[in-house]
Design a protein around this ligand. Sequence first.
Ligand code: SF4
Ligand code: SF4
Length: 127
Amino acid sequence: MQEYSLRPHHGLCIAFFVGKGYSPDFTENMTAVISHLELENPMITLVNGSDIICRNCPHCHNGICSSNEKVLEYDKAVSAFCDLHTDDIIYWKDFRKLIYEKIINTGHRRTICGNCQWDSLCSFNAE
Ligand code: SF4
Ligand code: SF4
């Protein structure tokens, strides 16, 4: 894996991932991405478009998410909570720490993506 581009809200999705996803291909890639991030702690670049997770998603068409407006709002909100910006480059584990400190541990996750189809699963996994 050469390039670690990440949509900010995928920091949340990764935190709550339990092996379920949009397709077997998506789930396999997501599992591999998380493993690489945790083992290598690479620098990641925050992007507001398709990233290393989107690339194997059936909802990604020509590099654009079919729910682009909605997920861009998630990305903006995560960036705002973490005081980060598009194109910022940060170690994965530093980003993960911010995700937990600023959003998950303070109970803001549902404020950001409570209208996602996976909300009940992610809420359940947070208990
Ligand atoms: S509710 Fe959706 S956007 Fe939010 S963390 Fe879960 S999968 Fe990701
Ligand atoms: S294409 Fe959309 S639904 Fe699929 S992983 Fe990317 S942001 Fe999520």
